[in-house]
Write a protein that binds this ligand. Structure first.
Ligand code: ADP
Ligand code: ZN
Ligand code: MG
Length: 476
């Protein structure tokens, strides 16, 4: 008999904070396009006698990340040395936080497949990054540009029950980091990295099973695939009565085979010999400063999405509306004034997004959202049809013109004058007398064709509602 098992997953996520300089020295933290070892100094290279200074901006960004993740910001916090040897760790230890992290006990709400879920965060601490080694057949090269860059590491509770939970959460964290300018959070550039811990347990059992850890995963897709493989592997072992063969270990993932493999077991686990960093003072923050920081956190994407869903917007659209902060700002501004989220969403995700895709040099910073308000109101008040609105959209945006003026100048205002429209309707019915016969003998579907002809003849200016009413009257 095969038993049903439930996956239990917890995450450790590193984010490179977007401060101008490194965590403990004045070297630039913007090293993405630099030559190797361009941004180094005695402090981040760990020369004897050099002394670190704490980067205020990095601490601020780390705390801001904690606040956005619903954490408690600790009034007292301190740095500790985490000692281990690694060729790209210049000081022989990492400056991290052990028992007094900057933030604790968070909670993030995420929409997973349209459903609201919430995941707890155990802690968030600050530390500095190591350098980067590149190995070839004959030598190893070391680049210390990244050494000393500020990282925030958050550790979640083991609250995830599926790979889908995990990817929804990671995408939400990435989105928040970008929206709040905390980190660029590009996984492929190592600016957001994730260690994934996974175990399984029989449904209904409270006690966790033995976990394995997959370190430094750098794409959402690989994380999902690795988890699927690992859950399957552990389930098969349990079902085969070989539960003991699941051991606490670090496993790697090979994207080519889609399989995980054993890297090192717990017996080889390191003793980091943590002790308080003697060269740095503790981090203290007052309640007033905490309150001020918390006020800086805007409404988060998941809460916006829920509002949009309530207004009848689809989940994919709601999601798209919060991805980019400028697009979202336009949407919020315009929908508040038009009082119609749905039609506003159609314009923002339709014509506006298309324009942005087709004109990559155009920046929304130059866009006057008031013009989109006016355009939508012109439609709402039956002054122009959707078709005309689409026709003038590009001119409105590229020349930053008031759409009302374009309509005026081009004589595009919608014709609601019944008399004028009735004349066109009659003309059409006369021209298409054969179709009128067919319609009257039961081909109801032809009605649409009459409407289309009238709209065409009026160059899209006739009010479709009026056309419909008049045609119905004339044909009855
Ligand atoms: P370690 O001491 O091995 O680093 P931690 O207790 O610090 O383990 O937890 C690291 C991460 O692993 C956390 O995200 C935690 O939620 C998760 N985790 C802990 N135990 C399990 C388990 N049995 N199964 C899955 N995840 C776990
Ligand atoms: Zn430096
Ligand atoms: Mg740990």
């Amino acid at each position: 008999m095969t038993q049903k098992y439930e996956p239990v997953i917890g995450l450790e996520i590193h984010a490179r904070l977007k401060s101008k300089t490194k965590m403990f020295c004045a070297c630039s933290n913007n090293t993405w396009k630099s030559e190797p070892n361009e941004h180094t100094c005695p402090i981040c290279m760990g020369f004897p006698g050099s002394l670190p200074t704490i980067n205020k901006e990095a601490v601020y960004l780390g705390r801001k990340m904690g606040a956005a993740l619903g954490c408690e910001i600790k009034k007292f916090s301190k740095f500790d040395r985490k000692s281990y040897f690694y060729p790209d760790l210049p000081l022989g230890f990492q400056t991290s936080q052990f028992d007094e992290p900057v933030c604790e006990h968070g909670n993030l709400q995420v929409i997973v497949s349209g459903e609201k879920k919430s995941f707890r965060i155990n802690r968030l601490h600050l530390e500095n990054d190591a350098g980067k080694s590149t190995h070839s057949a004959h030598n190893s090269l070391l680049d210390w540009n990244r050494a000393g860059s500020p990282l925030a590491e958050m550790v979640t509770e083991a609250d995830f029950r599926s790979p889908t939970d995990v990817s929804a959460f990671l995408k939400e964290v990435q989105r928040i980091l970008r929206l709040l300018d905390i980190s660029d959070a590009d996984m492929d550039k190592g600016m957001m990295r994730c260690d994934v811990n996974v175990s399984i347990r029989p449904f209904g059992q409270e006690k966790f099973g033995t976990k394995v850890e997959m370190k430094n995963m750098n794409s959402f897709r690989n994380i999902e695939k690795a988890l699927e493989f690992e859950i399957d592997r552990q389930t098969k072992l349990c079902n085969a009565g070989k539960k003991d063969e699941i051991v606490q270990e670090t496993r790697g993932f090979n994207p080519d085979t889609g399989k995980t493999f054993s890297q090192r077991s717990k017996e080889e686990a390191m003793d980091y010999r943590y002790f308080p960093e003697p060269d740095l003072p503790p981090l203290i923050i007052t309640q007033e400063e905490i309150d001020a920081l918390q006020k800086e956190i805007p409404e988060l994407p998941s809460s916006k999405i829920l509002r949009y869903l309530d207004a009848g917007i689809g989940i994919a659209e709601a999601d798209a509306l919060v991805n980019d902060k400028y697009v979202n700002a336009v949407f919020e501004f315009v929908s508040e004034k038009t009082e119609d989220m749905k039609i506003t969403s159609n314009w923002v995700l339709g014509a506006l997004s298309k324009y942005l895709n087709d004109n990559l040099e155009y920046s929304l910073v130059n866009f006057n959202p008031e013009n989109l308000v006016i355009l939508i109101q012109l439609i709402q008040n039956n002054k122009i049809s959707n078709k005309i609105a689409n026709q003038i959209f590009d001119e409105m945006i590229s020349e930053n013109k008031n759409p009302e003026e374009i309509v005026e100048a081009k004589g595009l205002a919608q014709e609601s004058d019944t008399g004028a429209i009735e004349i066109i309707c009659k003309e059409v019915l006369e021209e298409k007398s054969d179709l009128v016969e067919a319609y009257k003998s039961g081909k109801d579907k032809l009605f649409g064709a009459f409407v289309g002809q009238v709209m065409k003849k009026s160059k899209g200016k006739a009010n479709p509602q009026v056309v419909n009413e008049l045609l119905k009257k004339l044909l009855s």
